[in-house]
Design a protein around this ligand. Sequence first.
Ligand code: FAD
Length: 135
Amino acid sequence: MTTPESLTIDVVVIGAGPVGENVADRVVHGGLTAAIVERELVGGECSCWACMPTKALLRSSTALRAARRLPGAREAVTGGLDVAAVLNRRDEFASHWKDDGQVAWLESAGPPPSPRRPGGPRGGRGRGGAGCRRE
Ligand SMILES: Cc1cc2nc3c(=O)[nH]c(=O)nc-3n(C[C@H](O)[C@H](O)[C@H](O)COP(=O)(O)OP(=O)(O)OC[C@H]3O[C@@H](n4cnc5c(N)ncnc54)[C@H](O)[C@@H]3O)c2cc1C
């Protein structure tokens, strides 16, 4: 039987959405330690399911409609939306629902360990890259 490693953390944040990341950021920059527990994807609803992918999804049709309204541009519009390309753009913005990059970013965030903050998990810095994708 193995003994789990023991760890002392000042604040445990449940959920690595925008709020959780910013809470951890404030905790760490206030001189305490933070750990974030996420059951799904770092980035949460906004990056992975809501704000970012939905806006990426809508952008192509918005641009097409705007071009069709504009004399001089509408003449260049000869086709309709490429639905597969639109969906692919959405998937790209959600990093194909992989958060490896954002996890790496989160792990490296926060000030370096100090005597007050031994080298355990660090908190995040608030919103970093766009979408689940880290840029
Ligand atoms: C279609 C749509 C479009 C939107 N567009 C915008 C916009 O343009 N601008 C804007 O400001 N807001 C927008 N929002 C709202 C925005 O998505 C939310 O306000 C924001 O994501 C809330 O952040 P949060 O950190 O509180 O929660 P969430 O982003 O939901 O993050 C919570 C995290 O906690 C995790 N979690 C939950 N329970 C547990 C548990 N027990 N253990 C471990 N992990 C757990 C979840 O997996 C999740 O990752 C939009 C929402 C929708 C639905």
